[in-house]
Design a protein around this ligand. Structure first.
Ligand SMILES: NC(=O)C1=CN([C@@H]2O[C@H](COP(=O)(O)OP(=O)(O)OC[C@H]3O[C@@H](n4cnc5c(N)ncnc54)[C@H](O)[C@@H]3O)[C@@H](O)[C@H]2O)[C@@H](O)CC1
Ligand SMILES: [K+]
Length: 518
């Protein structure tokens, strides 16, 4: 699991080493790690170091020093590096080292046009962002802001620009602890962060600006600190997957009850059922209108339709709500499932009927608009745009108020547990944002929940408290869903009903990695 620690915790973890006179050694370790990643990126781009060009952006703090020391190393390997100094004061020793290695520098001050420097920067192969690190407060200001605005203007969006931007510790312009982007941001292709990830690299727009995340170990000890955010890695998801054994039968592998779909939206139920089956489960039992059941059977004859109640369905977990609108029977089933004590994935239509207080095994999967509604019903007024800007804050708030685990959908999906833990996944592709995508996610999470429901050791395998298991299950579902989307997108625009083959393939890949790791 990738664990992120707040800027102040990282400083506190550094303090004993700095007190022991190790400050410069830490900086050299950081610079060396940054340098190593840049070499790798140059190699990937089919370039050697000789003849390649780099521009180092140096702010006034230690972040600039790290970048200048990395620049010094690049110069010594034959890269043509120059530096743009974006603050009145710049770390003296690192600038001297950069200059000694042959690097020229220019300072952005009143007489210099930011656009001219931005044009120079956008012609380099590599741009090292050492403007701001963990000492950043608020949105970019002053010369740094003028430069980043000019660069974004000249170089264009990340997807199409030619310069590879590598952020030193974090992309300048993001909130270290929140991922909040207030003003311009220098979006990175890769971020090299030191000691541990920071929450802003995993959350909200900060996660988007981070690009490929690399954590460089500089020897800090976080044993006494609590992570402010986490990200599941492949190995964590693989550890959650339950493999069938020779002694298993369809009931012991997990039965998922699905109360989804309605006369108006039958397709949502079919998507959720298909995704659940593809995730690997003993049985799916469907409760809902006959017309929806027959649609499901056309695609998935193995699903079992039932006319009984939630209590009679003998399931280990439930999915309620996808496509279930204007249907009193489905509404009743959703409430029965939420009060059953079993894990339940609550989406779409069922989000409007959550009992006052539920437990963490109830997993709400709203998008920002639906979360706004859930919060408003409980007296918390927030605009959809507020939620989109600070997803972690509002997901935590909703988890706290309802007692449920809250998965807030987005390009970065955040999962908040009522215990206060946060898990953020950035596995999705924008191609996944289409109708039916959320129904598929519900089915995946539901299947995972049903299959781990009887596994008393699942949480501890991930180093989590029992009560946080459902947050991990939800985040694992987001990873599988996102990864399936990425796989599908290689064939072209995604048709959600085709995702099931990709879901199965992603699970096979995860299990293969687990086998190889054993
Ligand atoms: N403390 C240490 O020993 C280590 C620190 N490291 C590096 O040091 C960085 C932290 O260094 P600092 O504490 O010097 O902080 P920063 O380098 O992040 O910068 C702080 C400076 O930026 C200015 N500033 C803050 N917010 C701004 C804004 N919104 N717009 C424009 N200017 C702004 C401040 O006036 C201050 O001078 C880390 O991110 C990491 O890169 C690493 O070298 C590892 C070791
Ligand atoms: K930076």
């Amino acid at each position: 699991m990738l664990e992120a620690f707040s800027g102040s915790d990282v400083r506190a973890a550094e303090a004993p080493l700095i007190d022991a006179g190790q400050g410069d050694a830490l900086m050299q370790k950081a610079a060396h790690g940054l340098f190593g990643v840049v070499l790798g990126l140059l190699r990937e781009a089919g370039r050697g170091t000789y003849g390649a060009t780099a521009v180092v952006l140096a702010g006034g703090g230690n972040n600039g020093a790290d970048a200048l020391y990395a620049g010094e190393r690049l110069l010594r390997r034959g890269v043509g590096a120059t530096a743009i100094l974006l603050s009145d004061r710049v770390h003296t020793a690192s600038l001297a080292a950069f200059t000694r290695a042959g690097g020229a520098s220019v300072r952005l001050d009143d007489g210099v046009d930011p656009a001219a420097l931005a044009t120079h920067a956008s012609s380099a192969d590599i741009l090292l962002d050492g403007i701001l690190g963990t000492g950043a407060t608020g949105g970019l200001r002053g010369g740094a802001r003028a430069f980043v605005e000019a660069f974004n203007d000249v170089a264009g969006p990340r997807a199409t620009r030619s310069t590879i931007v590598v952020a030193c510790d974090l992309p300048s312009g993001i909130g270290v602890d929140t991922g909040l982007v207030d003003g311009p941001v220098l979006a990175a292709d890769a971020t090299v962060t030191f000691g541990a990830a920071k929450p802003g690299l995993l959350l909200g727009n900060g996660a988007v600006a981070t690009g490929e995340l690399n954590v460089v170990d500089i020897g800090l000890d976080f044993a006494v600190f609590t992570p402010a955010a986490r990200r599941l890695l492949d190995a964590d998801v693989a550890a959650l997957l339950r493999l069938p054994t020779p002694l298993d039968h369809k009931y012991s592998r997990g039965v998922l009850g699905v109360a989804a779909g309605s006369a108006r939206y039958p397709g949502a139920a079919a998507l959720a059922v298909g995704a659940a089956l593809a995730t690997g489960i003993g049985m799916v039992r469907y409760l809902g209108p006959d017309a929806v059941a027959s649609l499901i059977h056309q695609r998935n004859p193995e699903a079992v339709a039932s006319s009984g109640s939630v209590a009679e369905a003998r399931s280990q977990a439930w999915v309620v709500g996808p496509g279930a609108v204007d249907d009193d029977d489905q509404r009743r089933r959703a409430v029965d499932a939420m009060t059953s004590g079993l894990p339940v994935v609550v989406d779409a239509g069922a989000l409007a009927g959550i009992p006052e207080r539920v437990g963490p095994q109830v997993i709400l999967t709203p998008h920002a608009g639906e979360l706004r509604q859930v919060l408003a019903e409980r007296g918390v007024d927030a605009e959809r745009s507020d939620i989109e800007a600070e997803p972690a804050h509002f997901a935590l708030r909703a988890a706290e108020i309802t007692g449920a685990t809250v998965l807030l959908k987005g390009f970065t999906t955040v999962v908040a547990a009522p215990s206060g833990i946060l898990i953020a996944q950035t596995d999705a592709t924008p191609w996944l944002s289409s109708a039916g995508s959320g129904d598929t996610l519900s089915g995946i999470i539901g299947a995972l929940a049903a299959s781990v429901a009887g596994d008393d050791h699942a949480a501890s395998r991930l180093g989590l408290a029992e009560e946080d298991l459902w947050a991990a299950v939800a985040a694992a579902g987001a990873l599988i869903h996102g990864r399936a989307g990425q796989r599908a997108a290689r064939r072209g625009p995604i048709v959600v009903s085709d995702l099931r083959a990709d879901i199965g393939a992603v699970i096979a890949e995860l299990l293969e990695e687990r086998r190889l790791a054993m």
